[in-house]
Design a protein around this ligand. Structure first.
Ligand code: GLP
Length: 241
């Protein structure tokens, strides 16, 4: 594991933006796994800047997003679909048909999840997966559980996650109770993983990720078994390591 600590969130944004764009420069038809939440906002802003400066071209890139809420209109401002267009896709030259999301409103969720995994496989797998981390150690929406869920699946969100994510909604009651997420197996198959954490509330999860027991009770701990993981942390997130 390559652990990098930075003084400011701004610096992480620049470093992570370069890291993601570096992948695209090396391989213009890269498959990027993308994340939502507040952590990737600065990296996305820097990716947009590099695009606007003419440094990188996304016209051959394909993306797969990690997760999406269930029973929330994709046009809702809190859907991960809206988030991605607002914070990245509307500002770069990625073709719409190259953008992939799990559909949290699909009639047959099992079929939706299987089709998503197939689509990832057909594209040759994810070259680099960007991840944030939940304060309870969740990655994507793989919540602490008794076993690792391998492939994409529907999940009931933990109270702590609903509480953490309620800051984006008008009230906690509005936060969807379920989501659809790529599984631990889907994430572990990515060739490279970049995980970013900002703030002291992530410190415990980061400590466990780096040198705790590998357990589905802290889903991020499984990343110890991946051969190419880079962590970008601010001082708060790194405070227990
Ligand atoms: C959500 C997302 C995760 C994300 C996490 C942390 O639950 N499903 O992919 O990593 O929030 O979000 P934040 O970056 O806002 O702390």
């Amino acid at each position: 594991m390559n652990v990098l600590t930075f003084d400011t969130e701004e610096q992480i944004g620049i470093a992570a933006g370069y890291y993601m764009c570096g992948q695209v420069l090396q391989k213009p038809d890269s498959v990027l796994g993308l994340a939502t939440g507040s952590t990737p906002l600065k990296p996305y802003a820097h990716m947009i800047k590099l695009y606007q400066d003419g440094a990188v071209d996304f016209s051959k890139v394909t993306t797969f997003n990690l997760d999406e809420y269930c029973n929330l209109d994709v046009k809702d401002k809190n859907s991960y679909h809206s988030f991605m267009y607002e914070n990245l896709f509307d500002h770069i030259n990625i073709p719409d048909e190259n953008i992939n999301f799990l559909n949290g409103n699909a009639e047959d969720m099992d079929a939706e999840c299987k089709a998503y995994e197939e689509r990832i496989k057909k594209c040759g797998g994810i070259d680099i997966q960007l991840l944030g981390i939940g304060s309870n150690g969740h990655i994507a929406f793989n919540e602490p559980a008794d076993s690792f869920q391998r492939w994409s699946h529907v999940v009931a969100l933990k109270e702590s996650t609903i509480k953490d994510n309620s800051r984006f909604f008008n009230s906690i009651e509005e936060v969807p109770t379920h989501a659809v997420t790529m599984g631990i197996g889907s994430i572990m198959q990515a060739k490279r993983i970049l995980i970013i954490a900002i703030g002291e509330n992530k410190a415990k999860a980061i400590k466990q990720l780096i040198d705790g027991n590998v357990t589905p009770q802290c889903p991020a701990s499984v990343l110890q078994f991946h051969k190419d993981v880079t962590l970008m942390l601010d001082k708060g997130a790194a405070s227990l390591i």
